[in-house]
Write a protein that binds this ligand. Sequence first.
Ligand code: PMV
Length: 318
Amino acid sequence: MTTASAPGKIILFGEHAVVSGTAAIGGAIDLRAAVHVTDEPGRVLITTEDLALQGFSFDMTAGHIQSARAAHATRYISAVLRELDARDMQVSIKSSLPPAAGLGSSACIVVATVAAVSRHQGHNLSKKDIAEVSYRLEKTVQNGLGSPMDTALATYGGYLQISKDIQPLDLPPLNMIVGYTGIPHDTRSEVEKVQNLRKRYPDLVDPIFQAIGAISQNAIPLIKEGNAAETGELMNINHGLLASLGVSSRELEELVYAARGAGGALGAKLTGAGGGGCMIALPGRSGPEALLVALRQARAAAFQVKVGCEGVRLEEKR
Ligand code: PMV
């Protein structure tokens, strides 16, 4: 058996403005997808656990007819298996990330599948190879849409600064609380909405993008020196600017205010494309527990994550 795992991610600062070239900061989190590959002579079988469509089994063996629903649920994994010309194997996926929540669930599944299947076939891909193949495949499945941020974070881990290119950032681990609205978000429509707003009001939206980019730049030294109070303040400003672009929602606002109020957060903002999906909050003096309670009372699925975690890794071969 060959096993690989890869992390999900959050965007700490800079979403949406990054589409127009200003800086954003993303971090890998300690929620991972694990992919196990075992020999299965004459077949190519995918089994999933813990995804939205729980407990799926999909037989890719040539000539085997499958339901459209199963094909859709396993489309990222099938794309990897076709690309790597996989044969005679069973691929099992176990992910602890909610799908369509903006936490990079599809990217970490693609990255872990590329790593596990290629190693099982006897290849030794570099991280650069894994990141490149994974980005290309994720983009193909998403009809050409997608930035390399999610697949790069799932591959390299840690923190990355994304602007016109991707640079690793040397920052200490952070504990954050994630609140999930339970509403799946649609990155494409949120990005289109913001880009349309920019076309209509360039003189208003461009300065907002510039300010968001400046927040990302200012945050780097603050995170480095462990200045949680000011990092939190920048999260609050960033959230306000994202709301002004129309990508917050009533549900996200409720969670952001619950976090800052009863939760005692030093800062709270939506993370990712918005419209639904998740927000993040930086625990204050009352600690992570108070924040988890406040977010759950506001009807979120809330959990603690460590940011800055390890990227893709091969687990012990048994
Ligand atoms: O919600 P996510 O994780 O898909 O993040 C989208 C981030 C955007 O900046 C809105 C778009 C992008 O491609 O960078």
